[in-house]
Every structure is written in C-alpha cells, then in structure tokens.
Design a protein around this ligand. Structure first.
Ligand code: ADP
Ligand code: GN1
Ligand code: MG
Length: 378
C-alpha cells in the first residue's frame, strides 16, 4: 500500500457527504490494520466538525463492501437499542457517513477503499488498562455491546475474515510459516517456535466444543482489545465499542479472552521487556465482574467454563500470529521497527505461559464472580 499524504486524504474527503470543507487531516490512533485519519472540516459559519477517515486494509479484508454492509447493519441495530434505553446513539455507537453516491465506502483511483465515520469527540482510547476500575468499565461496555447483539440475526453477517479465531487453523498457518521461512528468520527464533508449539495440544478446546454443540455460536466482536473501545474523557467511563470490521458469528470466549489478552496484561502488548509481562489478577477479576454482570443472564454454564481457556487461546493465537508474521517478513501487522512482531510474539508467549500457570486460580475467580453477580455471594 502506498504512503498517504494530507492532500490524498483531502481528495478522498470530496467523495463523502461531509459537512463543510476539510481543513486538516492527520494520522490517528494505534491500530495495527487500517490507515486511520482524523479530519477536521469547517463550514461557511466557521463551525468545525470532526470525522474519522479510514482506508480499509483490503489485503486483509478482501471484500470491503461486505465489511461495510455488516457494519451498517450492526450499528443500526445497536443504535436502535441505545435509543430505546434513552442513550445517545451518536456517541455510544459508530455512525457511518455515506459516500456522495450513497455507497457505504468509496474506492479511490488506486483501488483503495475508504470509509468515513463521525468522530466521537471528547473520547479517548487506551492501549493498556490503567486501573481495574477502568477495565471493569470497559468490560461493562463490551458486555452491553454483546447484549445489544444478542437478538441480531447472525445469518445476515458475512464472515469478513474466514476462520479468524479458529485456533487449529491458526496452528496450521503458523506451521506453514515456519516451513516456508520466507524471510529466512526461523533459525534465529527456534526457542519462540518451541514455545508456541508447546500449546498445540490445547488449540482445539473451543472449536471442538463449537462443533459438538456444547458452545453456542453468537454474534461477537472478535477484536476486543482495549483500544477498540472509546472512553468518555469527561467521565472516564467506557463509551463506545469501535473497530467493527470483524463483527461476525463467534464464541463468547473469543471476546472475553481477547480483552483479557490486552487489558489483563501488566505490560503493553508491544512492550519488548517481557519481565513486565504477567496476568494481572486484579484486572482479570475486574473484567470478569464487568462482563459477567452484563451477560450472565444469557450465557450458559459451558460458556462460563470456557472463558479462561478463551483468554489462554486468544493470547496463544496472537503469539502464533505475530511470530508467523515475523517469519513471513512482516506482511500483516503494521510495524514501526524491524523486530517489532518478534517482540510482540515474545510478549504474548510470556503472557500465555503466565495464564497457564494461573489457570486454576483464574477459573476459581470466574466461579466466585459469577456467584457474586447472581447475588449468591455469602
Ligand atoms: P484498526 O483496525 O487499524 O485498529 P480502528 O478502527 O481501531 O482501526 O481505529 C484506530 C483508532 O482510531 C482507534 O483505536 C481509536 O483510537 C480511533 N478511532 C477510530 N474510530 C473512531 C471514532 N469514530 N471516533 C474517535 N476515535 C476513533
Ligand atoms: C489487530 O485492528 P486492531 O489493531 O484493533 C488484529 C487483531 C489482533 C490485534 C493484535 C483484523 O487488531 O486480530 O488481535 O491486531 N485485527 C485483525 O494487537 O487482524
Ligand atoms: Mg483497532
């Protein structure tokens, strides 16, 4: 993908029904996938409006129109639910701004696919959880989003990335990357390869239970890392779930697990010093409390029992994906320095190992929090 300049972004803006004329455009946020810009416009009266413009990564999302159809359907559904409980749908969910021709996205002359959303102002995203209270608030927001989609017809959603959280398939892709060794890096990371392989025997835990019907397929977000939620900068409470590219049928354990993978880590996912990495018991407990208080009325006992394995497998999955991408020559995740994917993989390996060490304790916490949110606590 070619590098983008302000002028290119301004040119793209003209394809959308924005209010006013663009006056500034700057790269925004810390996403690993899309190219994100904050655009400010001004109308004839000098009134400013802010938008988020994103070039969708079409080498990852092969069918961007299907992604946008999913997002439109999901945001309209969630907005209805928010309005029904008296909330502010313009702040609590994304609002897609159509292209002038009415399409949900715009193709530039180079084939790039762009979308525009209203910028949710007075909000902030965080890469790490500063406190258990903040992470509990994030959990309630993710839990509410999950509940808002509880009655969404899953068969209306396209699978935007096939087999996204299928961990046996992730293991196969990892082994292919090792065997191909496209960037000639495998020799230098034998230790990490062995660390990823150490969990191979557990990768079927969730998919086996999905196949035999013990775990139900639901509509899930599938990318619940902390910076995919906006917090209200005035109240510091969780406000809006964003980055809806991967909303599709999935398992509750994926959303719980991926959130723990990030906000339950005592280090930033990108921290190269793995001595900082461990599972934070206070953050894990806080997330469990916030999430289960929102969803305990609908999820089954088998789902509750799968949450810790979700945290373990989502962390393992990212370890395998980061290491595979390093072996493939950094073709998937955005990097800012040459060994960044290796550092990310080492970080996630350290975390999955620590989750593994604490598995029984984490499972006991889930049991205890469940009793608490059901009002059964002594
Ligand atoms: P990626 O798929 O690359 O992670 P995201 O959709 O998560 O892209 O956007 C990247 C970042 O941009 C987010 O983490 C958030 O900080 C910011 N962001 C995205 N959409 C909005 C929005 N509508 N309002 C405010 N900030 C946003
Ligand atoms: C990507 O898009 P972003 O940065 O929120 C990735 C997730 C990974 C995550 C790791 C579509 O999330 O699956 O868990 O990076 N998104 C996609 O940080 O692959
Ligand atoms: Mg994101």
């Amino acid at each position: 993908m070619q590098e983008l300049h302000t002028g290119d972004v301004f040119a793209v803006c003209s394809a959308f029904a924005l209010h006013g004329t663009p006056v500034s455009a700057e790269p925004f946020g810390n996403g690993h996938i899309n190219d994100t810009f904050r655009v400010r416009t001004q109308d004839a009266d000098g009134q400013a409006t802010e938008y988020i413009l994103q070039r969708i990564n079409t080498s990852i999302f092969r069918d961007p129109l299907a992604v946008m159809r999913n997002i439109r359907a999901v945001t309209e559904h969630v907005a209805q639910r928010i309005r029904a409980r008296g909330g502010d749908a313009l702040r609590q969910t994304l609002t897609v701004v159509s292209a002038r021709d009415g399409a949900p996205c715009h193709f530039d002359p180079d084939g790039g696919c762009w979308r525009a959303d209203l910028m949710i102002t007075d909000s902030v995203s965080h890469d790490t959880a500063d406190s258990p209270e903040m992470f509990e608030s994030a959990a309630r927001t993710f839990g509410e989003f999950f509940m808002d989609l509880d009655d969404f017809p899953a068969d209306q959603l396209a699978e935007t990335i096939p087999l996204f959280h299928n961990t046996p398939n992730r293991l196969r892709q990892f082994e292919e990357a090792v065997a191909r060794d496209a960037a000639g890096r495998a020799q230098g990371v034998q230790r990490e390869i062995a660390d990823v392989r150490a969990f191979a025997g557990e990768t079927g835990y969730l998919t086996d239970r999905l196949v035999d019907g013990r775990l139900p397929l639901r509509v899930t977000h599938n990318d619940t890392k902390l910076n995919n939620i906006l917090f209200d900068s005035r109240t510091n409470e969780g406000l809006c779930v964003i980055d809806l590219d991967t909303v599709m049928p999935g398992l509750t354990a994926y959303d719980f697990g991926d959130a723990i993978r990030v906000g339950g880590n005592t280090a930033d996912e990108g921290d190269p010093d793995i001595s900082h990495v461990s599972i934070s018991i206070p953050n894990f407990t806080a997330f469990a409390r916030g999430f289960l208080s929102a969803v305990h009325g609908v999820i089954t006992d088998e789902e509750t029992a799968s949450l810790v394995m979700g945290a373990k497998l989502m962390t393992w999955e990212c370890a395998s994906r980061f290491l595979a991408d390093y072996l493939n020559g950094d073709v998937y995740f955005k990097i800012h320095y040459p060994t960044q994917n290796l550092d990310r993989a080492r970080n996630q390996i350290a975390l999955v190992q620590d989750i593994d060490r604490h598995q029984a304790q984490l499972e006991a916490i889930i049991e205890s929090v469940l009793r608490e949110v059901r009002g059964e606590k002594d």
